[in-house]
Design a binder for this molecule. Structure first.
Ligand code: ZN
Length: 267
């Protein structure tokens, strides 16, 4: 059973129902201690106003979603803005979805190098701002369009090459299948900067937008949490569910209630 004091709402779970202001108010009302905003809704509310409201509500910001996408045009400038936003929010980390192949390219090695070079370029600013860059490995099915960083071991090796100020964001949806998961998580240790939970539905209808609630799918969420806890991660646990056919269509307060129950029973 996960400790309710570690529960954080990743606001994409209620993307279709609530604004960021409503998410902040809803967390306070439901006794959820953490929040992880996405930058589009942060922009709608305004960074300064969001930072003030989150502080007033007594919430911890477990992460800001997201930076990365280094193989897209304008990535460095956008990542620099994201670092400033994460610093303004006092976020535990800036989650990095590193980007897929450049448009029209088949150069996978080149894309991986571009990711590493981009991270190295923005890292001094992140270190100066006290913002941890949390590399999120994504399921290999997303390698072409979202992330050339696919496994925990690969992300850890990159973090170790880059040095201080670079951690990992581990999301059960992306890492559960990995035969090397246990040893990679153990080696990651204190590099783990964020932990995201949801479930993998069988059959899944959409790789990105058909995530399940913990307990409804194939992932041993408590088992993976035990690995992460065993690696000395003591931070927040974010519930991050993109669900176009189900949870985005339900009443927001119902989703939050179920989320709290499943967090206690199946995370
Ligand atoms: Zn995630």
């Amino acid at each position: 059973m996960a400790d309710p004091a570690r529960l954080s709402l990743n606001t994409i779970t209620l993307r279709e129902q609530w604004t960021l202001a409503q998410c902040i108010e809803g967390c306070a009302r439901h006794g959820i201690p953490g929040i992880s905003p996405w930058r589009d809704k942060l922009a709608e509310m305004g960074v300064a106003a969001a930072a003030r409201h989150i502080r007033d509500a007594g919430l911890r910001v477990s992460g800001l979603c997201r930076g990365g996408m280094f193989t897209s045009a304008g990535a460095i400038e956008d990542n620099r803005r994201a670092i400033d936003e994460a610093a303004a929010l006092g976020a535990d980390c800036l989650v990095m979805v590193c980007g897929g192949l450049a448009p029209g390219s088949k150069d996978l090695a080149g894309a991986r190098q571009r990711v590493e070079d981009g991270l190295a370029e923005i890292l001094p600013q992140a270190r100066a701002a006290g913002v941890v860059l949390a590399l999120e490995p994504l399921h290999p099915m997303t390698c072409a369009d979202r992330s050339v960083l696919s496994t925990t071991a690969q992300a850890l090796a990159l973090a170790e090459r880059l040095g201080d100020g670079v951690g990992l964001a581990l999301d059960v949806y992306h890492i559960w299948w990995d035969p090397q998961l246990a040893e990679s998580v153990a080696r990651a240790g204190r590099r783990i900067a964020a932990f995201h939970v949801c479930d993998w539905l069988v059959p899944t209808q959409d790789l990105v937008l058909d995530r399940g609630m913990m307990g409804d799918g194939a992932i041993d969420v408590p088992g993976i949490r035990a690995l992460v806890d065993g690696a000395d991660y003591a931070g927040m646990i974010e519930v991050e569910i993109m669900s176009a056919r189900d949870w985005w269509r339900r009443d927001a307060d119902e989703v939050v209630q179920v989320m709290k129950e499943r967090f206690a029973a199946a995370a």
